[in-house]
Unconditional design. Structure first.
Length: 338
């Protein structure tokens, strides 16, 4: 089996991707410093997959530590999730984001180069498109960022584009995620933010479980179907499968720069998500219309034809499935994974 290092593999998308890699016949090796995830995720992944999963408690900013992983394992590829990702925090602490996200990426590429490991998937984000002039968003749309978190994503994309030009044997795939939500059907892993959630879905599930009193809907005066923000919500299991499909593609072709949107191609408003969750929980969800959140855009959803045609990426879950699995995870983990 080919070894695949998954940095940030104990995190939300990383942990679900670990399970998908196993399904596709790869051997995932987790690298995580648990700064934004629980070590308990590892034992839960082993329970779900019924097999041991090698894990290194390492910060990717520590190059020597990271190099040890590649000296002890023959690494076919790397999926790099590790990084800070809170937009609001990045505005307050830009240097923390530039230092951590850029140094960790530079270390990953250098260590891969020094150990002849030549397949890298980078966890990018729809945030690199900024406020698109139109929707759906295609991969060749202009790139524009409005916050330090998004700028680290865009800078890393540019660094990797330069690197593959100078190193034709090195392959990179940039996967631009839209809005991942949902959880593994077991309810053992899922989106488990520290403190008050920034993102919509964990906030809603914490209202449903009674940890938070109500949802603040950030604006209902956008030019959208019902005035609330529209996003492309994609089940994290679909997103995880997209990574395995990308690795398979990288094994088949010689192109050394692949770029894909991973979403559903469909937009849903905040209130549409709320109403779908109400069908799941069987009661109304208390929400209040609040002011717009600084930096939010009205509408963002993907065109995913390229991933469908080139990877065979087709989402299997609908919004109800996403809501139901998120709620199942929240019910089983009222205080998160502790
Ligand atoms: C979705 C919609 C909000 C919370 C962010 C990052 C992006 C990626 C995904 C990391 C918007 C509304 C939200 C709430 C609300 N993260 N909302 N009340 O902002 O689309 O994307 O998370 O990679 O890079 O930018 O996701 O879930 O925060 O917001 O009304 O309490 O829900 O206004 O319309 P977003 P989100």
């Amino acid at each position: 089996m080919k070894n695949v290092v998954v940095t940030g593999g104990a995190g939300y998308i990383g942990s679900h991707t670990v399970l998908s890699l196993i399904e596709y016949g790869y051997n995932p090796i987790i690298v995580d410093n648990f700064s934004n995830s629980s070590p308990k995720v590892i034992e839960r992944l082993e329970k779900i997959s019924n097999r041991d999963i090698k894990c290194y408690n390492i910060d990717c900013c520590n190059k020597d530590e990271l190099d040890k992983v590649f000296k002890e394992n023959d690494v076919f590829g790397v999926i790099h999730f590790a990084g800070y990702k809170a937009v609001g925090e990045s505005v307050k602490l830009p240097l923390k984001y530039y230092e951590n996200n850029l140094i960790s990426l530079l270390n990953v590429v250098e260590v891969m180069h020094n150990n002849n490991s030549n397949n890298l998937i980078f966890s990018s984000s729809a945030t690199v498109y900024g406020d698109p002039a139109s929707v759906p968003i295609y991969e060749d749309f202009p790139l524009h960022v409005t916050n330090p978190y998004g700028r680290t994503k865009l800078m890393i994309e540019e660094i990797l584009k330069d690197y593959v030009k100078a190193n034709p044997d090195f392959k990179v795939a940039l996967l631009r995620y839209f809005n991942p939500i949902g959880a593994h059907e077991s309810g053992l892993i899922g989106e488990d933010p520290n403190g008050i959630p920034n993102n919509l879905m964990p906030y809603i599930t914490q209202v449903c479980i009674g940890k938070l009193d109500h949802l603040n809907v950030f604006g209902d005066d956008y030019d959208t179907i019902d005035g609330t923000g529209v996003r492309d919500y994609v089940h994290v299991l679909d997103l995880a499968r997209g990574h395995s499909l990308t690795l398979k593609k990288m094994e088949e072709i010689n192109d050394n720069l692949l770029i894909y949107n991973l979403g559903t191609g469909k937009g849903s408003s905040v209130l549409e998500v709320v109403h779908e969750m109400e069908k799941v929980v069987g009661h109304k969800i208390h929400y209040v219309i609040a002011n717009r959140r600084a930096g939010d855009i009205a509408t963002c959803y993907a065109n995913c034809d390229k991933a469908y045609k080139e990877l065979g990426f087709k989402t299997q879950y609908n919004l109800y499935d996403m809501c139901q699995s998120s709620w199942n995870f929240q019910q089983k983990n009222p205080n998160g994974i502790r």
